[in-house]
Write a protein that binds this ligand. Structure first.
Ligand code: FAD
Ligand code: PYC
Length: 431
């Protein structure tokens, strides 16, 4: 499925299309002539729409607004550097094995867009469908995963049950001994699941949006939301001055509550640190992604060779981008038991991101009580996988003023009406 292929700009700006020819041409020139990937424009006095947050979701939203809805007089405002939030801090797992039909449609919409995203953006996002396996360690896990498998298959989403022996065949370094604290009793495997390169996703969307005329303005913190006499959005105050707009999309992940407070909207969100680690690079030992919600650990191997390992959230809300040491230590204990072969591997770096968690562990893609104000948040520990789908449906919501049919159930209002979409069991390690 091609959705809005990358367009070379017609406004005379230099924007090279990546191809074997442009690579060869630039190689011959010593790679000195590559143009900038996106501009760094000064903010204009007003835009038709503004997106707050240049993470993957905000950039994808802007790209699809321009590519599919013809809205090119738009800006993405970012307080730091683009992709520097959770987009550049996540462990890149992609899957769509959620329980409820509403979620299946949303995450599988994204899964389908991942398939040819590199071609659409003309940017290699390194999507790799290497399979995501979720381990069951007790009877409750088995029942929950089998329920998910049946629900997914009824909805046309692949997911299958593996015995411990089959799990080991899929991931040979897995320890399926019965003598460990939480023996592996089986696994749910989504073969279409996998990983992509997080930075490339942000950069690819940024470059493609810029090519269509979107202004991406970094180092521009939104400090206030302006409203007219009727209460509707009329602009934003920023660290680089006032900018007028009648349409505002807030896509600020862990800081969504802070930004929405500027418009007087209280959000059903809690922000927690979530951390990850990478090891020294190793030769290829890990052909897939393995996750264990029960022991709070998961691992994959990047194309550079480092093991990418993730932990659960801290137990306390916080805006600190680190995460407790005891959480990382607990995760590494579990990793050493699940994969004894990595016991002597050295860890190179760890870091944290601030994740925005809703009470039902499902995202919010919604209009708000404030006319002209839209919000895309609540992806918590699992929004990277949804980046293309989230941007695609949210672009429709902001551009048309009405929710895209796939986004329609994910309203802010559901926390008042009680029509929750409980995905606690599918939301992975962190909950
Ligand atoms: P972000 O990338 O955080 O973008 C929001 C942007 O808003 C930030 O750049 C921020 O600077 C900006 N901003 C905030 N306030 C303001 C303001 N006032 N003015 C201007 N800009 C502002 N998901 C998965 O699917 N798979 C995984 O394997 C996975 N692993 C994870 C591991 C870790 C350690 C973490 C932290 C998260 C993980 N996630 C994973 C979750 C995933 O990273 C997020 O759900 C997703 O990246 C959110 O993208 P975003 O674009 O909404 O947010
Ligand atoms: O949502 O699959 C996920 C995930 C894995 C690690 C963090 N989130």
């Amino acid at each position: 499925m091609i959705v809005a292929p990358f367009k070379t700009p017609s406004n005379g700006r230099q924007h090279v299309r990546f191809s074997v020819f442009s690579l060869a041409r630039n190689a011959l020139r010593g790679h000195q002539d590559w143009p900038e990937q996106w501009r760094s424009p000064e903010p204009k006095a007003s835009y038709d729409a503004i997106i707050i947050g240049a993470g993957g979701h905000g950039l994808a939203t802007a790209y699809y607004m321009a590519a599919e809805h013809g809205m090119t007089n738009i800006a993405v405002l970012e307080k730091g550097w683009l992709g520097g939030g959770n987009t550049g801090r996540n462990t890149t797992i992609i899957r769509s094995n959620y329980l409820w039909e509403e979620s299946g449609k949303l995450y599988d919409h994204a899964m389908k867009l991942w398939q040819n995203l590199s071609q659409v953006l003309n940017y290699n996002v390194m999507y790799s469908a290497r399979g995501v396996m979720m381990l069951a360690h007790n009877v409750h896990d088995i029942q929950v995963f089998k329920r998910h498998i049946h629900a997914n298959r009824l909805a046309g989403i692949d997911n299958e049950w593996l015995t411990p022996e089959e799990a080991k065949e899929f991931c040979p370094i897995l320890n399926v001994s019965k003598d460990i604290r939480y023996p592996i009793m089986g696994a749910a495997l989504q073969r279409r699941g996998g990983v992509a390169r997080h930075d490339a996703v942000a950069w690819g969307y940024a470059r493609a949006a810029d090519a269509l005329g979107v202004d991406i303005i970094q180092n521009c913190e939104v400090t206030g939301i302006l409203r007219d006499a009727s209460g509707a959005v009329s602009g934003v105050e920023t660290s680089r001055g006032t900018i007028r707009t009648k349409k505002l999309g807030v896509v600020a992940a862990g800081h969504t509550s802070v930004v929405m407070e500027m418009a007087g909207v209280r959000m059903p969100l809690e922000s927690y640190p979530l951390q990850a680690l990478v090891s020294e690079p190793l030769k290829p030992i890990m052909p897939c992604v393995v996750m264990s919600n029960t022991v709070h650990a998961y691992m994959s191997q990047s194309d550079k060779g480092d093991l990418v390992i993730g932990a659960g959230t801290d137990q306390y809300v916080s805006y600190s981008q680190t995460g407790g040491l005891h959480i990382a230590a607990h995760t590494l204990d579990a990793i050493c038991e699940l994969f004894p072969v990595v016991r002597r591997t050295r860890m190179m770096r760890n870091w944290g991101g601030i994740v925005d968690v809703t009470p039902d562990r499902s995202p919010i893609l919604s209009k708000t009580p404030v006319p002209g104000l839209f919000v895309n948040c609540g992806w918590g520990t699992g929004g990277f996988k949804a980046t293309p789908g989230s941007g695609h449906v949210f672009a429709h919501t902001v551009a048309t003023g009405e929710p895209h049919p796939i986004a329609a159930p994910f309203t802010l209002d559901r926390f008042r009406t009680g029509r929750l979409i409980d995905e606690a069991a599918a939301a992975a390690v962190a909950h």
